[in-house]
Design a protein around this ligand. Structure first.
Ligand code: PFF
Length: 478
């Protein structure tokens, strides 16, 4: 499949974008970050950024992909030429590739945990287990770099295989069944949580908005999470947009993606926190939250091993449909730019991300403390990578909004949006001013507060990056 192909069905983009958006971000990351950041206030910032900033940028990113019909890096290169803007805008593509690579590295490790739990569920190993046994089991998984590497390898290899074969074969029909099934089973878990847990306490925790509860760094994580969950600001949506049919509505599609994505996160959050409060567990226990609370429900519910097995299979499916969208933009670039075959491009990307993933693996055991990451950044390698993505994705989104808002012409955007002038004007205010202002506000307020040498390091990376980009541009201009 090359960048010039277009998906034949109008609805395929919607399906692929929902597949990309709904994943571990909703089921694993959203609940755990909400728990760590004190609940409601985090959700408020998250929801506001999704709707006021996320949707307009989602439209912008899809639009850039669809007008250029190329992979993000080559697409941006093309657009800077046709719109006579600085080629530095190409950095949107490069920044995106960096984010994709960083995210894939840890995403696959966490998906590996789901693989482990699928196995535990289907073998009935946890039937009747109590909270202590389950959390001891999770700790044992974390303590084993070997096991985690094995699962990580299996997951990333499987995702690579799918992208190498050309993504839309089979995925489409798979998603059509899987996504609704995932939602149904989440509702089942929620109902179990309502009956056996404490849904009132959960609702109070999630929907009591006291903005003072949120730390400054919490703001950054909330905004980062809203980009993460929508797969936004890093080229995945642009890469898919390149295949989107010209007839499909950008606005309606973006709203639908954001709506479904938020609904899944909310149901997952309510279900998980009902169980957390019901069993007296800790809300702020970190990345293990989903993996110790849900198995507890499955251990006890009728047919729990089967329901749990199916649940984790669906989690894996949702994770695969997201991870392929992380591989796609970089792979498509390597194909377009270096004339590689798809399998070659995918292999390179995935081997690099796999190796990087080992940093996340060891962050939970042998490198859990006392490493250079702790000394420099006050956190583990995994936490540092997560922090970087929470900065890179909104930054990418900011650049996308500015480019789409200022460089694209009115007639071009009107044609893409296919709506009336009022919506066009509203959208343009949102991407020209509101989105960039919101992202800058959160950055300026929070990044200076981040612990450790994060700022000097980021500064140095940005300067070196800008220099390298400048050199390249000069060379290519000569
Ligand atoms: N949106 C995915 C999730 O919530 O699990 C994660 C993700 C996929 C982020 C693709 C970024 C991306 F490009």
């Amino acid at each position: 499949m090359s960048g010039h192909n277009v998906w034949t069905h109008k609805g395929t983009f919607l399906l692929a974008a929902v597949g990309s958006a709904v994943g571990l971000g909703n089921l694993w990351r959203f609940p755990y970050l909400t728990g760590e950041n004190g609940g409601g206030a985090f959700i408020l910032v998250y929801a506001l950024t999704i709707f006021a900033v996320g949707i307009p940028i989602l439209i912008a990113e899809t639009m850039l992909g669809r007008t250029s019909r190329q992979s993000p890096i080559m697409g941006m290169r093309h657009l800077t030429k046709t719109h006579k803007t600085s080629r530095a805008w190409e950095s949107i593509g490069w920044l995106g590739a960096a984010s994709a690579f960083l995210i894939l590295s840890f995403y696959s490790v966490i998906a590996g945990w789901a693989l482990h739990y699928t196995w535990l569920m289907l073998t009935g190993s946890l039937v009747g287990a109590d909270a202590q046994t389950i959390s001891a089991g999770f700790d044992a998984l974390l303590a084993s770099p070997g096991l985690m590497t094995l699962y990580h390898t299996l997951f990333i290899a499987f995702s690579a295989l799918i992208v190498a074969m050309g993504i839309h074969k089979g995925i489409e029909s798979g998603l059509r069944i899987m996504m609704p099934a995932l939602f149904v089973i989440l509702i089942v878990v929620l109902i179990y949580g309502i009956i056996n847990g404490d849904v009132r306490a959960a609702a109070r925790f999630l929907f009591t908005f006291n903005i003072a509860d949120l730390s400054l760094e919490g703001w950054l994580h909330a905004m980062g999470q809203s980009f993460f969950t929508l797969s936004l600001g890093m080229g995945a949506i642009m890469a898919y947009g390149a295949y989107m049919s010209s007839e499909a509505s950008l606005t309606r599609t973006a709203i639908a993606v954001a709506f479904v994505d938020t609904a899944v996160a909310m149901v997952a959050g309510l279900a998980i926190f009902s169980l957390v409060f019901g069993a007296g567990l800790e809300t702020g226990q970190g990345p293990g939250l989903m993996f110790v609370t849900l198995p507890l429900a499955f251990a006890d519910m009728p047919f729990g091993a089967l329901v749990g097995g199916v649940f984790f299979i669906l989690v894996l499916g949702a994770a695969v449909s997201s991870s392929i969208s992380l591989i796609e933009p970089v792979a498509a670039f390597l194909v377009e730019r270096f004339d590689m075959t798809r399998p070659q491009a995918v292999t390179i990307m995935v081997i690099a991300a796999w190796a990087m993933g080992l940093l996340t693996v060891v962050s939970f055991n042998v490198w859990a403390e006392g490493t250079i990451f702790h000394a420099l950044f006050g956190r583990s390698a995994f936490e540092f990578i997560e922090l970087l993505t929470n900065i890179f994705m909104p930054l990418g989104g900011l650049l996308i909004a500015l480019f789409a808002g200022w460089a694209l012409t009115q007639s071009e955007v009107m044609k893409e949006l296919g709506t009336n002038i009022t919506w066009f004007k509203t959208w343009r205010i949102l991407v020209r001013f509101v989105g960039p202002a919101a992202v800058s506000f959160v950055f300026l307020r929070t990044i200076p507060q981040v612990e450790g040498y994060v700022i000097p390091t980021l500064g140095a990376v940005l300067i070196v990056g800008a220099f390298a980009l400048g050199q390249r541009l000069r060379k290519s201009a000569a």
